[in-house]
Design a protein around this ligand. Structure first.
Ligand code: S3P
Length: 435
C-alpha cells in the first residue's frame, strides 16, 4: 500500500511535460500489432495500463521492442497474424484494454480469456458483449456481466448498424475494431461525441473510416499499413496541474505538448467557465492529433452548472474538477454523469467522501454532485485504488489548512509514472510512504 502525505499550501510553477496519452498509447500497440510493417511510437505512456496492452500483444506473438524512454517499435503481424496466448491475458486495472481487445479479438478465430484485477472485474462488460453477440461473436462474461471474458472462436462476424446506448468511446471502439473483421460495413451511432482516437488512428494506418454526423462506419476486410506515431502528453494527466495551478495563489505553470483533441478538451472549457486563466499556445498538428502548450495561472474560480454536453468531453477529469469546485466561490452542479459511478471506482461517491473528509460541502446525487466551495481542512482520505482520485485529492492540499494523507495510491502508476516526482518538482509538498 502506498500512502501520499501532503503538507498544505504551495504554488505550482515552471514548465513540465506530463506522460503520454493513455488512450493513444493503447491504440498504437493494437493497430501497430495488426499492421503490415514496422510501427515506431514515441512518447508512449510507460504506465501499467498501456503496458498491460503491450504485454498482451507480446503474449499473442508480436515482437515489440521497448519501451525505452517512450520509444516502442512494433513489428506488425498483419490482420490475421496473432497467435493464441499460453494463458489468460491479464489486463490489470485497464478497462480500455479489456473493452477494445474484446472487439479486436472477437473475430480472429482465437480461443482465449481476458482477465483483470478486482476493480476491472467489477465493471460492466455487457455493453461490449451485447453488440459483439449481435455480430455473431462468442464473447462470454460472468453471470453478473463482468470479466473475465472468454472469447471463443467463430467462423466469421457479420456487420451491424449499432446505436450506442451510452456515450462510450470504449464501446464505440470495440464495435469498430470488431468491424474490421466483419463481412460488410459496420456502423456505430453515438448519442454524444466521445473521444475519436480510434477513428483518427485507423485513418493514420491507411484504413478508411466514414463519418457522417454522429454515425461512423468501417468496411471489414481491409489492411493496416504501419506508420510512425508521436503520442502527445495526456490532457487527462495535465488536468491535475490545470486545476492545481488554478487554485493555488501565485501559480504560473506551462504544460508542454498536451493533446488537444476536441473530444477531450472539456476540462479547459469547464475550467474557463469557472474563471480559470488558461492560455493555449503553439497549436500544432502531430500525426493527426492537435497538440498545444498550455499556460495556466492562478485565478479566482466561481461555481457553475456544468453543461451536460461537456460531460463526455471531460469524463475522466471530474475528480480533478470536483477539487476545483471545492475551491470555487459558490455552488457547482454536475448532472448527467452517471457513468462516473462505473469507472475505476465509483467516482461520485469516493470523491464526495474524500471532499467531505476535508470539510467540503459535497453532496452526491445519482448522476453527479453538488459542491459548495469553501475552506478545506486537512484529513485522511481513501483513493480506493483509483489513480485519478489519488492525484486529484493530492492537489487539494494546495488549498487546505492542514496535512492530507491519501491511502491506496499504488494505482497512480497505471496512468502517471512518477507523479510524485513531477508534482514535487512543480511545487506540491508531497511525500510517499509504504504502509
Ligand atoms: C477511454 C474511454 C473512456 C475513458 C477511459 C479511456 C478510451 O471510457 O473513461 O479512461 O481510451 O477509449 P468510456 O468510453 O467507457 O467512457
Amino acid at each position: 500500500m502506498f500512502t501520499y502525505h501532503l503538507r498544505p499550501g504551495g504554488t505550482l510553477r515552471g514548465n513540465l511535460r506530463v506522460p503520454g496519452d493513455k488512450s493513444i498509447s493503447h491504440r498504437s500497440i493494437m493497430l501497430g500489432s495488426l499492421a503490415d510493417g514496422v510501427t515506431r511510437v514515441s512518447g508512449f505512456l510507460e504506465g501499467e495500463d498501456s503496458l498491460a496492452t503491450l504485454n498482451a500483444f507480446r503474449a499473442m506473438g508480436v515482437e515489440i521492442e521497448g519501451p525505452d524512454q517512450g520509444q516502442v517499435v512494433i513489428h506488425g503481424v498483419g490482420m490475421h497474424g496473432l497467435k493464441t496466448p499460453n494463458g489468460p491475458l491479464d489486463l490489470g486495472n485497464s478497462g480500455t484494454s479489456m473493452r477494445l481487445l474484446a472487439g479486436l479479438l472477437a473475430g480472429q478465430g482465437l480461443d482465449l480469456v481476458l482477465s483483470g484485477d478486482a476493480s476491472l472485474s467489477g465493471r460492466p462488460m455487457c455493453r461490449v458483449t451485447d453488440p459483439l453477440a449481435l455480430m455473431g461473436a462468442r464473447v462470454e462474461a460472468t453471470q453478473a456481466g463482468t470479466a473475465p471474458l472468454h472469447i471463443r472462436p467463430v467462423s466469421g462476424l457479420k456487420a451491424i448498424d449499432y446505436a450506442l446506448p451510452v456515450a462510450s468511446a470504449q464501446v464505440k471502439s470495440c464495435v469498430l475494431l470488431a468491424g474490421l473483421y466483419a463481412q460488410g460495413e459496420t456502423c456505430v451511432t453515438e448519442p454524444a461525441p466521445t473521444r475519436d482516437h480510434t477513428e483518427r488512428m485507423l485513418q493514420g494506418f491507411g484504413y478508411e473510416v466514414k463519418k457522417e454526423g454522429s454515425r461512423i462506419c468501417v468496411q471489414g476486410g481491409g489492411r493496416l499499413a504501419a506508420c510512425d506515431i508521436d503520442v502527445p502528453a495526456d490532457i487527462s494527466s495535465a488536468a491535475f496541474f490545470l486545476v492545481g495551478a488554478s487554485i493555488a495563489p501565485g501559480s504560473d505553470l506551462v504544460l508542454e505538448h498536451v493533446g488537444m483533441n476536441p473530444t477531450r478538451d472539456g476540462i479547459i472549457t469547464i475550467l474557463r467557465l469557472m474563471g480559470a486563466d488558461i492560455e493555449v499556445r503553439n497549436q500544432r498538428n502531430v500525426g493527426g492529433e492537435p497538440v498545444a502548450d498550455l499556460r495556466v495561472r492562478h485565478a479566482p474560480l466561481k461555481g457553475i452548472r456544468i453543461p451536460e454536453e461537456q460531460v463526455p468531453l471531460a469524463i475522466d477529469e471530474f475528480p480533478a474538477l470536483f477539487v476545483a469546485a471545492a475551491c470555487a466561490e459558490g455552488e457547482t452542479v454536475l448532472t448527467g454523469a452517471e457513468e462516473l459511478r462505473v469507472k475505476e471506482s465509483d467516482r461520485i461517491q469516493v470523491m464526495a467522501d474524500g471532499l467531505q473528509a476535508l470539510g467540503v460541502d459535497a453532496r452526491p446525487t445519482p448522476d453527479g454532485m453538488v459542491i459548495r466551495g469553501g475552506r478545506l481542512h486537512g484529513g485522511e482520505v481513501d483513493s480506493h485504488g483509483d489513480h485519478r482520485i489519488a492525484m486529484s485529492l493530492a492537489m487539494a492540499a494546495l488549498r487546505s489548512d492542514g496535512d492530507i494523507r491519501i491511502s491506496d495510491c499504488a494505482n497512480v502508476n497505471t496512468s502517471f509514472p512518477d507523479f510524485v516526482g513531477t508534482a514535487a518538482r512543480a511545487g506540491l509538498d508531497i511525500g510517499v510512504a509504504h504502509e
